[in-house]
Design a protein around this ligand. Structure first.
Ligand code: IPM
Ligand code: MN
Length: 351
């Protein structure tokens, strides 16, 4: 297969972890006879510094003429404590999701046998956890009308959902559930929010089209609790944008390190693949960031092209590195650790 991949490394540790995913993907391409053309483009604070805009038109052009986007991270501390900043790196990501029509964010959480004791949760709680969040990504409070009134003394962010937006996300959820254990959990706050009642009503109406899927409806606060108590009781979970943002960060610690979990954003022909973690500014340039999440995101990218063997080969080599202790310092327990680059090179060599 000939693939054109846009590479948006972004900020902080983004470029370092992206480099490793590129190396590993190139090794896979060589092994399986594919040809990848990497097409770098600017985003985040790096793009603001260069052209004053976090998702420039030139970057969008590169994305829409590519087969997929591999994304690092965006965010820079100089914007975090400045509520008056007019442009922010994060706006680039939001704009990109919207413009590329990426309405579904697939965020798996699974455990690695060799890391069960690295999780802050007890081994017996997390063993066997293998769940997937489908987070709605282009609606809700993130994109509703927002502003100030009363001379700036009052602020508002509207949460808005249409039935169509819920349906297309839920459809992906049902379809995914059919390929797994046929269990779907709809996470909402239908006891309080009107948008949640629309979610529940819409998903309930779809149940008849998927008679084999068992659907449960749970309130987001209860899910936040059960997620750390009995994560292995969940399989596929669907939820709106903000709930999904919060719960997927929570879920990511189950595996032992935030640096391990990949994600995919889908909805149109061009998927976007990125680690769940952020730009981790404190680690920038130190060669200590864990590249596994980005490498595993490239596995999701291959799988999204239907290249399942390629994806599997990446997952296997990651598993092998973890069990052999070829890991960055976040996973080394003070023992021997390797640099970001060295882990990437080891993976590329061993695929
Ligand atoms: C994420 C991030 C983004 C989000 C930010 C950077 C806009 O936290 O991908 O989860 O809130 O969606
Ligand atoms: Mn987030």
């Amino acid at each position: 297969m000939k693939l054109k991949i846009a590479v948006l490394a972004g900020d902080g540790i983004g470029p370092e972890v992206i480099d490793q995913a590129v190396k590993v993907s190139d090794a896979i391409a060589q092994k399986f006879g594919h040809e990848i053309t990497w097409r770098p483009a600017l985003t985040g604070a790096a793009a603001i510094d260069a052209v004053g805009e976090p998702y420039p038109d030139e970057t969008h052009e590169i994305c829409i003429t590519s087969d997929a986007v591999l994304f690092g991270a965006v965010g820079h501390p100089k914007y975090d404590n400045d509520p008056s900043a007019k442009v922010r790196p994060e706006q680039g990501l939001l704009k990109m999701r919207k413009k590329l029509g990426l309405f579904a964010n697939v965020r798996p959480t699974f455990t690695f046998p060799s890391l069960l004791d690295k999780s802050p949760l007890k081994r017996e709680r997390i063993e066997g956890t293998d769940l997937v969040f489908l987070r709605e990504l282009t609606g809700g409070i993130y994109f509703g009308e927002k502003g100030r009134r009363d001379n700036g003394e009052t602020a508002f962010d509207n949460c808005v959902y249409s039935r169509h937006e819920v349906q297309r996300l839920a459809k992906k959820g049902f379809e995914l559930a059919m390929t797994r254990s046929k269990k779907l959990c709809c996470v909402d706050k239908a006891n309080v929010l009107e948008t949640s009642r629309l979610w529940r009503e819409t998903v309930q109406a779809m149940e008849k089209d998927y008679p084999e899927v068992t659907v449960s409806y749970e309130f987001v606060d209860a899910v936040a609790m059960r997620l750390v108590q009995w994560p292995n009781s969940y399989d596929v979970l669907i939820t709106e944008n903000l709930f999904g943002d919060i719960l997927t960060d929570e879920a990511s610690v189950i595996s032992g390190s935030m640096g391990l979990m990949p994600s995919a954003s889908i909805g149109s022909d061009i998927g976007l693949f990125e680690p769940i973690h952020g730009s981790y500014p404190q680690a920038t340039g130190k060669n200590i960031a864990n590249p596994m999440a980005t490498v595993l995101s490239s596995a999701m990218m291959f799988e999204n092209f239907g290249l399942m063997e390629e994806g599997k080969a990446i997952r296997e080599v990651v598993e092998k590195a973890l069990s052999k202790g070829i890991v960055t310092e976040d996973l080394s327990d003070g023992g021997k650790s390797y640099g970001t680059k060295e882990v990437g090179e080891w993976l590329a060599k061993n695929v």
